[in-house]
Every structure is written in C-alpha cells, then in structure tokens.
Write a protein that binds this ligand. Structure first.
Ligand code: G3P
Ligand code: MG
Length: 241
C-alpha cells in the first residue's frame, strides 16, 4: 500500500509549508498531497483552509488577499516557534521542491467552497510548463473541477474526493469521469465499496495516522493512504511486509 504525506509531513512540520514539503521530499514514500486556493490577484497558493486564520498570524480569506499581502504573514509560528517566518508557498514553489524527486504529487483543488474561476486552467498550465503531468494527480471535492481537468488534459490522472458512504460508486465515478476514488477513512471499508475494488479503480483513503487502521485498509485492498506521519507509517508498513 502506498503512502502520501498529507499536507506535506504535517504531523511534525507546519502543514502545507516548504519545511513540511522538504521533509516529505527526503522520505522514501510514494507521494505527497497538498491543497490549492487562488488569491485576489489570481495566484495559486498552497493552504488548506479558505481563511488564513488557523495556520497563520493573520485573518481573512485567501480569495480577498493578494499574494504579496499573504506573503507578509507568518505560517509557521502557530505550529511551533521553531518555524517562525515560514511563508505561504505558491504552487510553483511547492512543485519546485519535488522537481528532481520520485514523488507523485496529489494537488487537491479546493474550489468546493469558492469556485475560483480559472483555477483548473492555471494549475494545468503550470504543471504542463514544468513537465510534471505524468507525476500529478488532480483531486477535488468539487467534481466539476476534475471533470474540467479531464477535458483539458486527458492524460493527467484525477481523483474524486468523498466524505460520504456511497451508493453505486462505480457508476458515479465513471460518469464524471475520474480515475480514482479518494475517500474518508471509515467510508472506505463499507460494503458498497466492494464494487470499486472489483472494478479495479484505485481507492485512496484519508487521513490515516493509526497503525491498526492502516493495516486494516491495506488488507481491504486500498491502494494508498494519506497520513500526517509519513515516516512513521512507512516504517510500520515496511516492517510488516
Ligand atoms: O486529499 C485528501 C484530503 O486532504 C482531503 O481532505 O480536508 O484534508 O483536504 P482535506
Ligand atoms: Mg487535502
């Protein structure tokens, strides 16, 4: 079973920061996951929430601030004084960390609350300019965004994100269409998921920080987990095999 570092190595470094990504880039894990929003001046930035309140010393919505306004804030101190001065990374800065590593890059398009007009196009343009199409998975809770991504760049892999327990998931996923299903942990082991495994669609599950659950998911046939503790989980799963 593959491991993705969720929001970088976010258990031990401030999530979605260059420090968290550099740490992930040194690890022998399969991939890394991170979240993208768009600023008031249409720049792509890597942050989980719509607002900067939880993970910085500032307040307000990403969509209302320019990149230079966002860059004035500290995105490390909320986690630990050791990371004071960490800034919000752009998508390009994050991709550059992984430019010469083996990692698969799962870019989550956070357009499910605010639509961020033009974001899908800009992400694809950047990924293509950096020649990283074959290493990228575009995922979203906004299934319209991954549908659009598939229309614009059919070769880039996509994943439909779900929190819910699904009915007839294979029909739904094929209808978008998406290449994989990314699902919240407890929903991944419900009986209705069996048809997804049987159809051979990759199932990836978030957020799994517990050894017992990781082993259960591996047993169930899950292709990958997203974890905040990629190094620890890698050691655990390696020791088992
Ligand atoms: O992509 C998996 C996971 O990151 C989705 O949820 O809220 O952590 O972005 P969230
Ligand atoms: Mg995410």
């Amino acid at each position: 079973m593959n491991i993705f570092a969720h929001r970088g190595a976010s258990g031990t470094y401030p999530e979605n920061t260059i420090s968290a990504f550099k740490e992930a880039s040194y690890l022998p894990v399969h991939g890394v996951e991170f979240d993208v929003h768009m600023t008031a001046d249409n720049e792509l930035v890597v942050i989980h929430d719509e607002k900067i309140n939880r993970t910085s010393d500032g307040k307000g919505y990403v969509k209302d601030m320019t990149l230079s306004e966002l860059k004035n804030h500290d995105f490390g101190s909320w986690f630990s004084a050791d990371f004071a001065g960490e800034t919000i990374p752009t998508l390009q800065e994050v991709l550059e960390v992984f430019s010469s590593t083996h990692h698969v890059l799962n870019i989550e398009l956070k357009s499910d609350i605010f639509p961020y007009d033009g974001m899908v196009e800009k992400v694809i343009e950047l990924v293509t300019a950096m020649q990283m199409e074959s290493r990228v998975i575009l995922s979203s809770f906004d299934h319209g965004a991954i549908q659009k991504a598939k229309q614009l760049a059919p070769s880039i892999k996509t994943g439909a994100l779900f929190m819910e327990v699904l009915v007839n998931p294979v029909d739904y996923i094929r209808n978008i269409p998406a290449d994989a299903l990314h699902v919240l942990f407890p929903a991944a082991i419900r009986p209705s998921m069996q048809e997804v495994f049987e159809a051979g669609l990759p199932v990836r599950t978030f957020t799994v920080n517990d050894e017992k659950y990781a082993k259960m998911l591996e047993q169930a046939g899950v292709e990958a987990i997203f974890t905040d503790y990629p190094e620890k989980m890698y050691t655990i799963l390696q020791a088992k095999s």
